[in-house]
Design a protein. Sequence first.
Length: 385
Amino acid sequence: MIAFHKSRALNFALTVFFALSLPLLTAPQIWAKSQSAQLIERAEFLHFNGNTLGAIDALEQARDVDSDNADIHLSLLNLYLIEKMQPEAKKECADLIRLKPNDSIAYMLLANLEKEADAKKAISVLQSAPPTLQNLAKFQSLFGFCYLETSEFGKAKNAFGAAIKGNARDNEAEIGLSIAYWRSGDLPNALKTIDIAAAAAPKVAEIRKVKGDMLAESGKFEEAKRELEAALKIDSKLKGVHTSLGHIHIKQNREKEAEELLRKATELNVEDATAFFLLGQLYEKQEKHGEAAREYRNSAYLEKDKMTASKLNEHANSLMASARGKAGLTIDNMESFEISKTPVEIFGMSYKDLIKIPKTSTQNASTKPVELAAPQRAKLDVNKH
């Protein structure tokens, strides 16, 4: 009996100890937790049934009554990214960093969001993270892609090298390093590095696509086509491959095949500004000025750079004037500018190469269309981290 009472006394003492060790919640805090739990449950129900905006509204209410709940901020961040609500997503990232300063996710997501408009700001975000996070392989890899955006190729190579050292099986960093070599003009090392990535992941179509683009730049069109066609065998709907093949066929004066490939590219990705631009070039070469103008305007509509879009529209207007017999066509105002391509996703990253139109002297565009230069830069896809 004494032992029994001692046991009960011990249990009571432990209960009191644990109760006293827990943070005491005020009545408003208890109410807030209850309200947020109900709102989170409602958000989950709405999202499950396809009402993403309704789920966002419910989670925003939950955040208002329970602002220090990191899970609410993370759920909102995910939904904002789905709905492409970038300003709101950036705010949630900042709140997550405040609540969980040693968590890598928020820093990397915010850096990706900033990178779309300002790679230097993205680098600042990464540099604001604790040193223990900055040394992570995935952080170094993201540093590398940001440095590619700012054309700091030496820093990019160092960052990718650190990422590979930290994770020997980091295919993403291998691909990034190959692009850094490529953009800095070292094509032999670029091809050597991409081959290492391909050997480690032979069934990844995007790696074959990158290698195909590199070979095309070096003028090895048949080898490039083999790589690109191999990529299509792995993934028949891979974005960007048909555009790259169409570009090669234009250079080989195989206009019918080029048109078919570029049309396929626009069917697979209606936001591929480069495919529409190349179609414009193709029709312009064939002196189909009305059709060329239409495709240049399609490209201009999709082009994010306002100056580039303006020049494309200006050129389209000149083509229409020529088609109507109103004026001789010249393109002396078409200075060097870039048409952006849709990012190609590879593991946790995507690279975004550009086609540059070099400065052109006054000439009749129907007899000598503007030539295309090599792809230029890389981008990381925000939704992959």
